[in-house]
Design a protein around this ligand. Structure first.
Ligand code: ATP
Ligand code: MG
Length: 386
């Protein structure tokens, strides 16, 4: 990409993660021309270009079937704590100065030269997330940076966070209420996606930020549950981690949380399955195969696994063996259809459902083992007696 656009540089997360030796996520490129010029030069270089984010200075080019975002260098003209009005600039340092943290403000040119105006490389090595410029000012321009701080601290920070940043964030808590729910939820998800966000969350609680954006999670018990969840299953799963943080919740509380965060329908549904009210207590360790098959039939494999993990997060009792068996056992599927009842000559009506459910209940009670023939035999018996 840099070859197709002489004068452009890789910026932001790509430079940071390359220096940190981490796997590179998306490729972000910046160039010292207005977006229209960027689009023109990319087309001249023979690339396909989409002008999707032109107003923000971003065009998307497709290189080897991979979308690459190329953004014009920007300068903030006006900020109000949520949005910025920007102008294009040709000055790399000015563009770097409007970025949030020193580790995010580096760029890398086509010759492999690192442009590091604010000591980002040193901070990355020292594991310090430091604001570019005065933390209080940078927060007042965009309060979302308070949440971004914890996200980057969780990934790149060490044990001692930058004291100036923490103090300024604690003082900026009232400004968080002005952020849009979408931006808040998106940052929280990205924080929960870090390998281990627990220390960052504890710091978030201590500064009052967690209480302001996610009061449901601001209890010590939630952090303990999250620690145990991560010990049992380190693979990041933001929604499962949120469920561990908030613990079991009544439907009204869940609805309020999901509504406030503007969660998608899928997210809402999964969260309420994970931590909504349940008919039975969470399972104790050492389930037998019948009980495990019932769980699998009732919840499906993903939710059954999540249920075992949340149970372990709750009481700290090891369920690794249960989870291993839940991963291996086939998910039982009740072998009859409504048509099977009709085929026996039962007329349409509520009796169909009653018979079907009676056999399903019998199948379930037996550990979901009966095959289709056995279920049909049972159905014939039910038809005779019922
Ligand atoms: P990730 O790999 O998690 O996406 P990233 O560094 O790419 O990390 P993004 O949120 O994608 O993070 O932002 C890209 C870059 O844009 C950041 O590295 C930073 O330089 C800049 N940036 C993004 N949001 C802000 C903000 N609110 N204030 C200042 N700079 C920002
Ligand atoms: Mg990114």
């Amino acid at each position: 990409m840099l070859a197709a656009l002489p004068g452009a540089r890789a910026v932001g997360g790509l430079v940071r993660d390359a220096l940190a030796g981490l796997q590179l996520a998306d490729v972000d490129v910046a160039a010292p021309w207005p977006p229209e010029t960027i689009a023109e030069r990319l087309r001249e270089a023979g690339l396909r270009v989409f002008e999707t984010g032109l107003a923000h200075g971003t065009v998307t080019a497709v290189l080897d079937h991979q979308p690459v975002e190329v953004t014009a260098l920007r300068q903030d003209i006006a900020t109000d704590g949520r949005h910025a009005e920007v102008a294009w600039t040709t000055d790399w340092r000015i563009d770097a100065a409007r970025r949030d943290f020193t580790i995010n403000a580096m760029s890398l040119d086509a010759e492999g030269r690192l442009w590091d105006y604010f000591g980002g490389r040193e901070d990355l090595a020292a594991r310090v997330v430091r604001f570019v410029g005065d933390p209080a000012t940078r927060l007042s321009e965009d309060f979302l940076r308070a949440l971004r701080f914890f996200r980057f601290h969780a990934r790149y920070g060490g044990t001692v966070p930058d004291a100036a940043a923490v103090a300024a964030i604690a003082a900026a808590v009232p400004g968080l209420a002005r952020l849009s729910a979408e931006r808040v939820w998106s940052e929280i998800k990205r924080l929960l996606d870090a390998p281990d966000p627990t220390d960052a969350l504890a710091l978030m609680a201590a500064t009052g930020v967690l209480g302001a954006v996610l009061p449901e999670a601001a209890l010590v018990a939630g952090l303990d549950r999250l620690r145990r969840l991560i010990a049992a299953s380190p693979a990041p799963d933001p929604l499962l981690r949120l469920a561990a943080l908030v613990g079991e919740m009544p439907p009204r509380g869940l609805g309020a949380l999901a509504g406030r965060m503007r969660m998608s329908g899928d997210e809402r549904g999964r969260l309420s399955r994970l931590c909504g009210p349940r008919p039975e207590a969470r399972p104790a360790p050492g389930l037998n195969d019948d009980a495990l098959r019932r769980m699998l039939a009732l919840l499906g494999r993903d939710d059954a696994t999540a249920e075992l993990l949340l149970a372990e997060a709750e009481d700290g009792r090891d369920r690794a063996a249960d989870r291993a068996r839940a991963a291996e056992l086939p998910v039982p599927v009740f072998p009859l259809l409504g048509q099977d009842v009709l085929d026996l000559g039962v007329p349409e009506g509520p009796r169909i459902g009653r018979l079907y459910n009676a056999v399903r209940g019998w199948w379930f009670a037996g550990g979901c083992l009966a095959d289709k023939d056995a279920c049909l035999a049972r159905l014939r018996d039910e038809v005779l007696v019922g």
